[in-house]
Design a protein around this ligand. Structure first.
Ligand code: ADP
Ligand code: ZN
Ligand code: ZN
Length: 658
């Protein structure tokens, strides 16, 4: 009997694939069960190999009749494994629905028939496009092959309608379309608009769905029953028989990057997928990332702009308020309170944007300076008044509230700083007859509560909205006239260079929630750094000005996107062990091709009882960074010195958090 040999990727933390044999031919991309050590593991056949000299074990069971991923999809997965230095088996399995990650369950297949459902011939659109939208659609629909294009559209410029027309064009050509969105629960408009238009051709895929619902969506997109898929980052590799277009909505959003385990960027994998498939990809945003803008500048990406709001209303004006000499009430300047009061008098809505939930970020003893800290993290416990708990926002540990100081036994306990809960209480006192809506992770825990708050806000005339960044994504608040941004200084003073970029994006996005009204809406930014160059750039309300000034600074200091960055992180119960390991690892890094900083403690140096340290590696060329990381990773894996085994270590390519 003849034997066939295959390289099989197994979901274990090793970078290589392993060779097995089978008596039957297996198509690459098929799930199989193989013995690895003493246990049965899930494997995916990634390629056939010719006769091998090494002694191979047999493939136990071929689990499915059809491959779960096509050859092209495997190629993209292989690229991701190499690019992020992450084990191929884990990369593949992380893009499978949960039930297919187990060494059982068969992929139910219907024969792939991508012509099952089609668009009605007389497809009607809800809206007539304006001139800019028409131009954008024409441009985007003329793209052939791989041509990533930034759809820069100021907030409210009607990007979604442009997507809709592009999607329909591809559906008419019998192609499928993949749309990635940051957090579908927070931006339900995209889903409802696309579903309104394309009905049962549309599927949804995100982590809040049940495993069986996810599997169903995955399977139906794969076999062509669903033609349009809207998903979060884990949907980036959903197989599709005839993918014709990828859309990345809010391409700048940090949630496209996975922070734990396989640290990939769905945006970047999507771009690679489009490149390998030779299809267009649209990156939409009102606040594009500097990385994308640099590629536009280099003409590697195209750009099309929507500069006008659909409503033709003026964008809100920015005004920066120096709070250095002011006495704040729960973080609000007297001028801000006055502005809120004026807005309420005009029967309009005001919004306070504050990126801190809970009542107060610190709980302290004013006598001995004791501060409530988490037992297992190096972070202050946040005082939650409603829950009557001190809660760690890192690990979610909750503690009772002591009545006396645990350190000096005096009863001088108080809180410091302001969170959403406190603002709500304070504003209720100042404006007792006004409806106040708070939107943060605590107030929206219950299923449906977010939708309830949003519809209440939309149906009410006046009132105050208090919210964290949850509130700033994509919603239209037609009566919103004033936005007060508290706490932006964290972005200005942060050592993390992407914090400034994010601050700018947040302010522009939050401003976009207002200004559906005639001419007089305002964003009031409270700051202690009123002469900060980046903040001043934002005053124009023009994100591209802000971004271009920030890019000049990055170029001068040779920071991303003008250089390429990775970190290697070590975690263990002892800080010293991390430092020893990273100092040792540094020796393997070619210092001619890169600059290495560290070991330095992570911003959150201790979380859940573990210490975290890292090295930052910067290189001028993407390829040299990649080679260098591959060498480093191989050296550490095969190293005889026990030191790298004493910590958990991982590589993060293009990190955004430190
Ligand atoms: P963006 O995503 O660019 O911020 P949206 O796509 O949410 O903007 O569009 C903003 C609002 O304008 C939505 O309520 C949308 O329905 C509406 N809209 C978009 N295009 C048009 C159009 N051509 N005519 C009328 N209304 C439109
Ligand atoms: Zn004390
Ligand atoms: Zn903690």
């Amino acid at each position: 009997m003849s034997k066939f040999f295959y390289n099989v990727a197994i979901a274990i933390p090793l970078r290589q694939a392993f060779t097995y044999h089978s008596n039957q031919q297996v198509v690459p991309g098929t799930r199989v069960a193989v013995k690895f050590g003493a246990t049965n593991k899930l494997g995916i056949v990634i390629e056939a190999v010719s006769n091998t000299n090494i002694k191979t074990k047999p493939i136990h069971i071929v689990l499915d009749d059809l491959p779960v991923f096509s050859k092209t999809e495997l190629k993209i997965l292989k690229w991701a494994s190499d690019y992020y230095l992450h084990p191929i088996g884990e990369v593949i399995s992380s893009f499978l629905p949960t039930n297919l990650r187990q060494v059982k369950n068969t992929l139910e297949t219907s024969v792939i028939d991508s012509s099952k459902k089609t668009l009605p011939k007389d497809l009607k659109f809800e809206k007539n496009l304006n001139t800019q939208q028409v131009k954008a659609v024409k441009f985007l629909n003329s793209l052939k092959g791989f041509m990533p294009t930034l759809l820069y559209g100021v907030t409210g410029s009607g990007k979604t309608e442009v997507y809709i027309r592009c999607i329909s064009e591809h559906l008419l050509n019998n192609k499928s379309v993949l749309i990635l969105a940051p957090e579908i629960a927070l931006t339900p408009q995209l889903e409802s608009r696309v579903k309104d238009q394309f009905g049962d051709l549309v599927g949804i895929y995100h982590s809040k769905m049940t495993p069986s619902a996810r599997y169903k969506a995955w399977k139906n997109f794969r076999n062509g029953d669903l033609k349009v898929m809207i998903g979060t980052r884990s949907a980036v590799m959903m197989p599709a028989p005839k993918l014709g277009l990828i859309i990345i909505d809010e391409e700048h959003d940090a949630s496209y990057k996975q922070q734990e385990g396989f640290k990939f960027s769905a945006r970047d994998i999507a771009i690679k997928r489009a490149q390998i498939l030779k299809i267009p990809i649209i990156l939409g945003s009102a606040t594009p990332s500097l990385r994308t803008l640099k590629l536009v500048e280099e003409k590697k990406f195209g750009i099309i702009k929507l500069t006008k709001r659909v409503t033709q209303k003026n964008p809100p004006k920015f005004s920066i308020l120096d709070i250095n000499e002011l006495k704040l009430v729960s973080g609000l300047a007297p001028q801000a309170i006055e502005a809120i009061s004026q807005t309420l008098k005009r029967k309009k809505q005001a919004m306070i944007f504050i990126n801190r939930r809970g009542y107060a970020p610190q709980f302290i003893c004013s006598y001995c300076e004791w501060r409530a800290m988490c037992n297992s993290c190096d972070s202050s416990l946040v005082f939650h008044h409603q829950a009557a708990r001190l809660i760690c926002h890192r690990c979610d540990s909750a503690f009772g509230i002591p009545s006396n100081c645990p350190s000096c036994s005096k009863p001088q306990l108080s809180f410091l700083g302001t969170g959403t809960e406190q603002l709500e209480d304070t504003l209720k006192e100042i404006f007792p007859d006004t409806s106040i809506y708070r939107m943060d992770r605590d107030s929206t825990k219950k299923v449906g509560s977010l939708e309830n708050i949003l519809s209440e806000i939309k149906n009410s005339e006046t009132g105050i909205l208090i919210g964290t960044q949850m509130l700033i994504k994509g919603h239209d608040f037609p009566n919103l006239e004033l936005v007060v941004a508290v706490n932006v200084d964290q972005g200005i003073t942060s050592l993390n260079s992407s914090a400034v970029e994010e601050m700018g994006q947040q302010l522009i996005q939050v401003a976009g929630r207002a200004g559906r009204l005639d001419g007089n809406s305002t964003v009031l930014v409270q700051s202690r750094y009123v002469n900060d160059q980046n903040l001043l750039q934002l005053k124009s309300g023009n994100y591209l000005n802000f971004a271009s000034s920030l890019m000049q600074q990055r170029q001068i200091t040779n920071q991303p996107p003008y250089s390429f960055e990775a970190t290697i992180k070590a975690s263990s119960p002892k800080a010293q062990t991390n430092i020893e390991m990273l100092t040792y690892a540094k020796k393997f890094i070619d210092s001619n091709k890169s600059m290495v900083i560290g070991p330095i403690p992570a911003l959150q140096a201790k979380v859940r009882g573990s210490y975290h340290h890292y090295l930052v590696i910067q290189a001028n060329k993407r390829t040299s960074l990649n080679t260098l990381l591959a060498d480093l990773s191989d050296s550490l894996i095969t190293d005889k010195n026990k030191i790298s085994k004493k910590v958990r270590w991982s590589i993060n390519v293009d990190p955004i958090e430190f």
